[in-house]
Design a protein around this ligand. Structure first.
Ligand code: GTP
Ligand code: MG
Length: 446
């Protein structure tokens, strides 16, 4: 294995910068850079770093002796004051030594080949550090803790179990009279496994959908309180509000998290007949926003003619009615409307918006993902998804073989094919193409 180095923190000025060197030649090189190092295995030392007799920085040297390092190789990390000036000095020194710059994902590749992590964990680490999404991050960290690996290993055990049953049936044909070893008996096991994989795929799809978040637009006549509602959600003055109709012109998008799920709120310009070209443009944008939204709150001023507002708005927007929820605003000014049935009621000025929040929570639970599904869901990358789909196809084929009472040999062959795919995902079977593809998607320095 080559000895490789890289800046592992971002190539920008920051509080601390870290450069890692990993591989068999690491300690030889360390002695050269830090002549006073005791090179006590797995420890840290504080040094004054000189390169070519020039003082560079006060640094911390972390030493990890193989196999007790992230990569499994002899590894050091140099922590310096996070200036790119210092980073470049150290990196250009290293470039002249007998080591080379690490390629994308190469530290992780070392860790994988030294059996420090499996392939799924390495994918999970990559996902965790690249995602901006809280839900994906949470599920990625579960995979670092083997959630997906355990699930796949479980499938593998079941497939091995089926192969064992088949083997007995082949070796002792008289056994096929016993239910366990018959085509039906084996068929039942395959069916259960198939359902299990289907559930994994469905839940993970829901998870990925949920991670995109929910887009919610507020629409209504001018002055009904759309911007006030936005501010109440965000608990700050994000949008200007006033009693002048037509205050909001451009779309105002804001993000907040509800139970860990990303919600994008879109405040729009009030919809009304107008001769102003500018306002017409704003209204066009508002109408466009309704098309993108997953959910639309149609805000109706409870102090004005409600039916008239509704009719006018429905004339303007052309969208799936199912997405529209009608809301009476300024309910504090019209208490008599509190008992209206077909509407949610709010008073955004007084931060009374619980009916809307409860509605969104229910929408998420019914239409996006519920807690139970989220708990069970495993994060899988599109790469893993495609491979699991292939296993599913294979199981469907096996089911039909069993139904047609095809010879056990053929069934056995197909099951082994499915097992190979799982082994490939887990990295038990090292498929060079799969590995190259996978590690090249990782970042430099990881
Ligand atoms: N009493 C009362 N007044 C409210 C409430 N919500 C909004 N208002 C007032 O209604 C006026 C209009 O509010 P905005 O939030 O600017 O209305 P908008 O729908 O964004 O209006 P445009 O941007 O013009 O389309 C402001 O003076 C708010 O203070 C409420 O719940 N109760
Ligand atoms: Mg507004």
């Amino acid at each position: 294995m080559d000895t490789i180095f890289s800046l592992v923190t971002k190539p920008i000025n920051q509080n601390v910068g870290i450069i890692r060197i990993s591989g068999p030649e690491t300690f030889l090189l360390t002695k050269k850079i830090f002549p006073f190092t005791k090179l006590n295995h797995s420890t840290l030392e504080v040094h004054k770093l000189f390169l070519n007799d020039e003082f560079i920085d006060d640094v911390i040297l972390l030493i990890f002796a193989s196999p007790k390092s992230f990569t499994g190789e002899d590894t050091i990390e140099i922590q310096f004051h996070g200036s790119m000036y210092i980073a470049d000095k150290i990196l250009s020194f290293l470039e002249k030594q007998d080591v080379r710059q690490a390629k994308a994902g190469e530290f992780m590749q070392q860790a994988f080949f030294n059996n420090k992590i499996d392939l799924i964990q390495s994918e999970a680490i990559n996902e965790l550090i690249t995602t901006e999404d809280k839900l994906v991050a949470k599920k990625a960290s579960e995979n670092i803790n083997n959630k997906q690996s355990n699930e796949l290993k479980d499938i593998l055990i079941h497939l091995e179990d089926i192969i064992a049953l088949i083997q007995v049936s082949i070796d002792y044909p008289e056994n096929t009279d016993l239910p366990k070893y018959s085509h039906e008996g084996i068929g039942k096991k395959v069916k259960k496994l198939k359902e299990n994989i289907e559930k994994i795929l469905t839940n993970s799809n829901k998870l990925l959908n949920a991670s995109k978040g929910v887009k919610i637009a507020f629409i209504g006549f001018p002055n009904v309180g759309k911007s006030t509602l936005l501010n109440s959600f965000l608990k700050k003055e994000r949008a200007i509000t006033s009693n002048i109709a037509g205050t909001t012109r451009d779309l105002i998008e804001s993000i907040f998290f509800l139970d860990g799920l990303k919600i994008t709120l879109i405040d729009t310009a009030g919809i009304r007949k107008t001769n102003s070209i500018l306002e017409k443009k704003s209204i066009e944008k508002a109408i466009l926003a309704t098309k993108e939204a997953d959910l639309i709150f149609m805000l109706l001023d409870s102090t004005k003619d409600i039916k008239k507002q509704e009719e006018e708005l429905f004339k303007n927007i052309d969208t799936n009615d199912l997405k529209i929820v009608k809301v009476l605003t300024k309910i504090d000014k019209n208490q008599s409307k509190r008992s209206e049935k077909d509407y949610l009621k709010i008073s955004a000025l007084n931060n009374e918006i619980s009916e809307i929040i409860d509605y969104i929570k229910l929408f998420i639970k019914n239409e996006v993902i519920n807690f139970e599904e989220e708990e069970k869901a495993i994060l899988i990358t599109s790469f893993q998804f495609a491979n699991l789909q292939e296993i599913l196809d294979s199981l469907i084929k096996i089911e039909s073989f069993i139904f047609e009472k095809v010879e056990f040999d053929l069934i056995s062959y197909e099951i082994e094919r499915a097992m190979d795919i799982i082994k490939k995902i887990l990295g038990i079977k090292k498929d060079p193409n799969y590995l190259n593809d996978l590690f090249s998607r990782f970042c430099i320095g990881k």
